[in-house]
Design a protein around this ligand. Structure first.
Ligand code: ATP
Length: 304
């Protein structure tokens, strides 16, 4: 069995004049969670769609679970689970009917299916909504149904496109717990997300994609070490005062995003001593995180 669940070389996708994915190389190891981060329009969903055989490659080669895309796409799909960006169950079917319909698509036997559905309803805490029509479900329940559906064929690889976007904190925590359990049971997760805290919690490895290219790759902790100073001081106060203070402190790199000023520093003590003696500026400090790395690498300009 190959140790790589996705192996891409020179993966390229053009939509007419738009170069959505520009020749990326990817090695996704078996087991654990591999994340795709990137601003809107970076090419993440297009990459996932190529892996799923939904978008033909413009150029490059791609193997999924050791099998070539598109030649072996039927077998590949039978071993993958997909949680798409938008919940797309049939609104007039009940929860159970939606799962049954999906199980039929995979050719599972009815006896197997009944047990599997019970198990999944329990796992995603949907048992008491089993006979509700999908249109009656809250956003959080619909997303849990999407995850249950993606697991119906007991897939080796689970692809999740922004699985917790728009969900409340309780549902996000339940989904994170389930995704961690899936990882521990040996599944491979491929995840896109705009939530840096989610990527830090779940991903073992991740790539940052921008303008259709991979701009960096590593573990969350490794990327933080590599790309950013360890200390972040958030500053509030008159913008010109903040700027002149920062200009006078060689150990502080100032970045302004919207109305927030972030000071990045290798040494915390001298910065705090100076701030304590500067009236008119409020500040708080914290450790650097993946969001700092992301903004540092992809800039502060709005995308699509
Ligand atoms: P988001 O975070 O907003 O989901 P993304 O990183 O997933 O963004 P993609 O959806 O892969 O980005 O889009 C990459 C580029 O390709 C964008 O410029 C997008 O407008 C374009 N694109 C994607 N799908 C199509 C399509 N079917 N036809 C034409 N252009 C497309």
């Amino acid at each position: 069995m190959s140790d790589l669940v996705v192996e891409a070389r020179g993966l390229t996708k053009h939509f007419g004049a738009i170069e959505a994915v520009r020749g990326i190389d990817l090695d996704v190891p078996r087991g654990g969670c591999f994340g795709f981060l990137g601003p809107n329009g970076a090419g993440k969903t297009t990459t996932l769609r190529m892996i799923l055989g939904q978008a033909p490659l413009t150029a490059g080669t791609l193997k999924v679970l050791g099998l070539p895309v598109p030649a072996a796409i039927r077998e590949i799909r039978s071993r993958i689970g997909v949680v798409p960006q938008a919940d797309n169950q049939d609104p007039d079917f009940t929860v159970v009917e939606n799962l049954r319909m999906y199980a039929r698509y995979f050719g599972l036997r009815p006896v197997q299916v009944a047990d599997r559905i019970e198990e999944l309803l329990h796992y995603l805490e949907l048992s008491d909504r089993r006979n509700a029509r999908t249109r009656e479900l809250s956003g959080g329940m619909q997303r849990r149904l999407s995850i249950a559906r993606a697991l119906i064929n007991d897939p080796e690889l689970i692809m999740l496109d922004e699985p917790t976007t728009g969900l409340d904190p309780q549902v996000r925590h339940l989904i994170w717990t389930r995704l961690r359990q899936l990882k521990s049971s040996g599944k491979t997760l491929l995840l896109t997300t705009h939530y840096m805290d989610e990527a830090e919690r779940l991903c073992d490895q991740l790539v940052v994609i921008d303008h259709g290219r991979i701009i960096t790759q590593g573990s969350p902790a490794g990327l933080i070490r590599e790309h950013i100073e360890p200390h972040v001081i958030e500053l509030q106060g008159d913008a010109s005062l903040v700027r002149s203070l920062a200009a006078d402190m060689p150990g502080l790199r100032l970045v302004t995003v919207g109305e927030t000023h972030y000071g990045y520093a290798r040494e915390l003590k001298p910065v705090l001593e100076r701030l304590e003696n500067t009236p008119g500026i409020k500040y708080s400090h914290r450790g650097a995180n993946l969001e700092d790395v992301f903004l540092n690498l992809t800039g502060n300009d709005l995308r699509e």
